[in-house]
Structure formats: C-alpha cells, structure tokens
Ligand binder design. Structure first.
Ligand code: GTP
Ligand code: SAM
Ligand code: SF4
Ligand code: SF4
Length: 352
C-alpha cells in the first residue's frame, strides 16, 4: 500500500486484486458492467462557488506539477479508446474553462482518437469567447450548468454575480456547431421555486434541460436525505404548468430519464441519482486531474496512473493498471445504507 498526495484529502492507493479478473481488454467490473464513458477532470479551480459543490474559499490549489499536462491527458485518452474500449470522453472539473490550454487538450485528444465524441461539462463563464475555438479544436458536445435565470438567486447560489456571462456562453455554444447543448440544474428548494421559469427559458432558447437530484458531494457537508428535493417533487411542480409524457432514457446507461414537454419534441430530463439510482447500469470511469483512476464518484480509493506514466510505463502497462482499478469498482453509491459516509473529496475535486 502506498500513499500519494492528491491535493485535497490524502487518498489511499490500493494494490488492486485482479486474480479473479477475466482476461478481457475492456474495463469490466465484478458486477458485469463495462465502462465505456470516460470522464477526465482537468482542474480543481473554478470561477463559481456553488453551495452544493464548493466551499466558499474554493478548493486548496493543486501544485501545478501534480496536474496532468495536455500531452499526458491525450496519451491516457488514446489508451482508453484504443486499448480499453472507451467510446466517449468528457472533460470536467472544477471548471474546465479555467485551463487556458483546454483547446490544446481537446485538439490533442481529437488527434489521438479521431471520431470519438469529445464533450465538456462547464459552467459557461467566459465560454462566449471560446465556444467557436473549442468546436474548431474538435469538441463535439457541451453540457452547461445553470440552476436559475433569476440573477439574485444565481448570485446567492454560486456566490458570484456571473449570470450574464453564463447566458452569453449558452447562446454562443448554441451557435458554435456543437451537436446539441444540454443544461444541468441541481435540485435545491430555491431551484424548485424557479423550475417553471428555467424550463420555459430553455424551451425558448432551444436547449435541453435536465434537473439533477443533489448528491452528498458538497464540500460543506450540508446535504441531508430528509431535506433534498426529489425528482418526484419536481415532476409534480412542472406537471402543474406543462404536459409531461414519459419518454425513457436515451440509452440504458444514460443517467437522465426524459419527459416530452407539451407533446414534444422538446424534452425535460431528470437525473435521479438518489431516489432512482442507475448504478447497476453504470458505464463510467474517471481520471482525476492528478492522474488517478477513480472507479466510482463515491469511492475514496484511487489508483495512481501518473507515477507509472511519468516513470516510463508502456501503454499496455498503463492499461493493465486501469483495468485493475475498474475490476474493483463498487456496486453503487450506497447512499441508502445505514453506514453510508460521503467520500472525502467533494464533487468539484472529483470531477462531476
Ligand atoms: N450518480 C452519478 N451521477 C453522475 C455521474 N456523473 C455525472 N453525474 C450527475 O449527472 C449530472 C450530469 O452530468 P454531465 O456531466 O452533464 O454528463 P451526462 O449527463 O453523463 O452527459 P450526457 O452524455 O450528455 O447525458 C452531473 O451533474 C452529476 O450530478 C456518475 O457517475 N454517477
Ligand atoms: C462538479 S461540476 C464540474 C463542471 C462545471 N464546473 C459545471 O459546473 O458544469 C459537474 C456537474 O456536477 C454537478 N454537481 C455539483 N455538485 C453536485 C451535487 N452535490 N450533487 C449533484 N450534482 C452536483 C454540477 O451541477 C455539474 O453539472
Ligand atoms: S458545480 Fe461546477 S461551477 Fe459550480 S462550484 Fe462546482 S465545479 Fe464550480
Ligand atoms: S455513483 Fe458510482 S456506480 Fe453509481 S452511477 Fe455514479 S459512478 Fe456509477
């Protein structure tokens, strides 16, 4: 067992037991799942301080030399796609736009894995100036966090008065040539109050809105099961104003269930991670900004790839470490278990 510094909490790195793992190239786990969706966190920094995610003062800075470089990210993405069966890559954080070399990261990944969809999840602050360049670099999809279209509420929730920049970013993304733009809104009591207005705004702007149940991944540890707003409460509220018709998931492992709004074609989605968990169909694998594999959002055990990467390991050796980490993935988040404890890292530090 070794210990590495991953910036925020100190996280153990397990020697993964793979003695019972079948000899298959893909990222399989003990529960029969196969990870094909790679999420790469590229920074812990952020331009906002959403209360359900970050502490007011932000996350402790990760030393620059501990962050994966653009070239290292491209190499790992290439290994994921060519040796491990990864079919889609998403950059997240923290806020991906905080990295000035995001365009370089995207272009590097597009070069090593041509044809693989490359997406970003972003708060869109400053995106208006970069959307066209990111599309040119090879980014194919953008998901944007927006919880409210009310400026005061936005400022309270994110602790920053940046609504105008976010709305400009969404509009720029919508005309930059991405295949489509999705909006993510985390369900909080105030979000519920503004949910009808937010959905109407998204219908008018022709972007796809998804509401997300809040998970116990806030840095302030204020989440409580009894206080959270459930998907069902949201559907009741939206149902008073819109006609909603259930239309299912895009694919079996997609987190969002969708409803047609007023007969469609517009939809509203709900990601009910807590009350209608989709862990049994999970197809995710994560690389943190410091180059560790994290098999589940809620797992505190991470496996270090960066040391091997910088120590001269071959692509096949790196792939073997990654496979071992995923074989040991947990069954699910376990939020409903009596002994549940939230992970040490908060959402922004994991890469949501
Ligand atoms: N339980 C769980 N929730 C997740 C996971 N990844 C993302 N989420 C939640 O889903 C929300 C939306 O995630 P996005 O980054 O937009 O990605 P996505 O929904 O997989 O993206 P699409 O491919 O566009 O559907 C996040 O805000 C998280 O709250 C995960 O691995 N497990
Ligand atoms: C951590 S953020 C990183 C990317 C970018 N900064 C953004 O906000 O889109 C990724 C996603 O996680 C979601 N998120 C953050 N904290 C959450 C929580 N406690 N529960 C559920 N989703 C959360 C955000 O709404 C966002 O859609
Ligand atoms: S949800 Fe995204 S924008 Fe909000 S604080 Fe977390 S990382 Fe930043
Ligand atoms: S909580 Fe873990 S197992 Fe469940 S969907 Fe998320 S990453 Fe997958």
């Amino acid at each position: 067992m070794t210990t590495i510094d991953v910036g925020i909490p100190s996280v153990r790195v397990a020697t993964d037991d793979v003695s019972d793992r079948p000899d298959t190239p893909e990222l399989v786990d003990r529960f029969g799942r196969v990870a094909r969706d790679l999420r790469v966190s590229i920074t812990e920094k952020c331009s906002l301080r959403c209360t359900y995610c970050m502490p007011e003062e932000g996350l402790p800075a990760i030393p620059r030399e501990n962050l994966l470089t653009a070239a290292e990210i491209a190499r790992l993405v290439g290994i994921g796609v060519h040796l491990l069966g990864i079919e889609e890559v998403r950059f997240t954080g923290g806020e991906p736009l905080m990295r000035r070399d995001l365009e370089e990261i995207v272009a590097g990944c597009a070069a090593v894995a041509p044809g693989t969809p490359l997406a970003v999840t972003t708060n869109a602050v400053g995106l208006a100036h970069r959307a066209a360049g990111l599309a040119e670099a090879g980014l194919t999809r953008v998901n944007i966090s927006l919880d409210t279209v009310d400026r005061d509420h936005f400022t309270r929730l994110t602790r920053r008065d940046r609504l105008d920049s976010v709305l400009a970013g969404i509009r720029a993304a919508n005309t930059a040539g991405f295949s489509r733009v999705k909006i993510n809104a985390v369900l909080m009591p105030d979000t519920l109050v503004g949910a009808v207005d937010l959905l109407q705004w998204c219908l008018d702007e022709k972007v796809e809105l998804r509401f997300i149940e809040e998970m116990p991944l806030d840095a302030d540890h204020a989440w409580a099961r009894d206080n959270m707003v459930t998907a069902q409460r949201l559907l009741d509220v939206l149902g008073e104003r819109f006609e909603l018709t259930e239309s299912g998931r895009e694919d079996p492992s997609a987190p969002a269930e969708r409803w047609l709004v007023n007969g469609g074609p517009a939809t509203v989605g709900v990601i009910a991670s807590v009350t209608r968990s989709f862990c049994s169909d999970c197809d995710r694998t994560r690389i943190t900004s410091e180059g560790t594999v994290r098999s589940c959002l809620f797992s505190d055990t991470e496996t270090d790839l960066r040391a091997a990467l910088r120590g001269g390991a071959s692509d096949e050796e790196l792939a073997a470490v990654w496979r071992g980490a995923m074989w040991n993935k947990w069954a699910g988040h376990g939020i409903d278990a009596a002994d549940f404890a939230p992970p040490q890292r908060s959402m922004g530090a994991i890469g949501g």
